[in-house]
Design a protein around this ligand. Structure first.
Ligand SMILES: [Zn+2]
Length: 415
């Protein structure tokens, strides 16, 4: 399945999912309507999954004062990857953020917290920016403007293992629903000579917790030196692209450093102030890289719940155009992404071929129109017995809502 033919840049162009323009700039892709539909479905899945897992969603701005990143440590450890600061008229410098962590730390600090509120899980699908060199930029996998599926869990040291474990479970569930698989799990440790914050003892503690979580999950993993974040070790979930190149999609990180830098506290059962631990985690990483991966893994034939167009209504002749139009309208009312392809777009077989990546094609001939029915064709060539239009809408929307990677449940399929 994973071949060069499935290079997401090529498919992105052919399927009109996204594009770039020198006038906007390298590494700054835009999303066309069909690509935006896929992205929206992914984002919706993530928000729902996080809601079920007890996360609260927040918004924070993509800009922050330089001082914010001086406190977080990004300025001294990460400045090479940041865009230069913007100087405002009053002499203040603001920066396009290279990560969401400092904003979330400040957000946590904006009010007092009791140990009863912990673990406090704050999530955001937020923008961040990296000043990558133009030579490494490509399609959606290496970009300068990133939409990150991010979250920070503020918790006690005792809660870290369970939170990290639950995050790994979310990652595994998401991969199952999206139809992607992990190439390997990596425990990323500091390397010799790198610029790392926090004391060695802190690093050892954090590393022991993550290694334990990986052992407990029964996941095979490799330790890799030099791959840690500057503030702590992390579990990286690696995926491979169509050319076999590996990239990190998901991460779980333990951080004792930023709570210290931002002086984060909670009031314990003993009424004293304590320092929380910050767990940084992302389920699908950047939305850009996740969609690039989806395009390559599925070769553009997305699972129905992710497909830009889920249902295509095909009147055999102009005589059934009204019925087909009505079917499109009913699909849309049920929340399905449906489109109409009439005879002006070519013969029936030509229309079916042109939209062969659409999971469901509803053919409406004279007989179906008279019976208010549709004959569904599945993307893999299977044909279902004609069924009433209402039943088709109900079954399609139930299948899409279930977010299955299967094209259809087997009942009623004619071989
Ligand atoms: Zn973070």
């Amino acid at each position: 399945m994973n071949t060069a033919r499935h290079d997401h840049r090529r498919l992105g162009r052919e399927l009109a999912l996204f594009g770039t323009d020198p006038l906007i700039g390298a590494g700054l892709p835009y999303w066309l309507p069909d690509g935006a539909a896929v992205r929206h479905a992914v984002e919706e899945y993530i928000r729902e999954a996080e809601g079920r897992a007890g996360y609260s969603h927040v918004y924070s701005p993509v800009l922050g004062k330089r001082e914010l990143y001086e406190i977080s440590g990004h300025w001294s450890h990460y400045a090479d990857d940041m865009f230069p600061p913007m100087e405002l008229a009053d002499g203040e410098q603001v920066v396009l953020r290279p990560s969401l962590c400092p904003h979330h730390a400040v957000l946590y600090r904006s009010r007092a917290h009791s140990y009863r509120e912990l673990p406090l899980r704050l999530a955001e699908l937020g923008g961040m920016y990296r000043s990558e060199l133009s030579g490494v930029l490509g399609g959606l996998s290496r970009v300068r403007a990133i939409q990150l599926n991010d979250a920070h869990i503020f918790c006690t040291l005792d809660q870290v293992a369970d939170e990290a474990h639950a995050a790994l479970e979310m990652i595994r569930d998401a991969y199952r629903a999206l139809g992607i698989s992990a190439a390997r799990y990596r425990l990323s440790l500091p390397g010799p000579g790198g610029k790392y914050a926090a004391a060695p003892d802190t690093w050892r503690r954090a590393t022991a917790v993550l290694a334990d979580v990986l052992e407990r999950s029964g996941l095979p993993y490799e330790a890799a030196e030099g791959e840690a974040a500057f503030y702590g070790p992390k579990i990286d979930v690696q995926v491979a692209d169509a050319a076999g190149r590996e990239a990190t999609l998901s991460t779980v990180q333990v951080d004792f450093h930023q709570p210290e830098r931002f002086d984060l506290t909670y009031v314990g059962a003993d009424s004293a102030r304590h320092r929380p631990v910050m767990v940084h985690r992302t389920v699908i990483g950047s939305v850009e890289r996740a969609v690039a991966q989806l395009i390559e893994v599925h070769g553009g034939a997305f699972p129905a719940w992710l497909a830009p167009v889920q249902v295509l209504a095909l009147p055999v002749t102009d005589g059934q155009a009204d019925e087909a139009g009505d079917f499109v309208r009913r699909c849309r009312e049920a929340g399905l992404r449906a489109r109409f392809a009439g005879p002006e777009a070519g013969s029936l077989s030509a229309r079916i071929r042109a939209d062969r990546l659409v999971p469901y094609q509803a053919v409406i001939g004279e007989r179906e129109a008279a019976a208010q029915a549709v004959a569904l064709r599945l993307r893999d060539g299977r044909r279902l017995d004609p069924m009433p239009g209402d039943e088709a809408v109900a079954r399609l929307s139930a299948h899409v809502k279930a977010r299955s990677t299967e094209l259809w449940s087997p009942c009623g399929v004619r071989a």
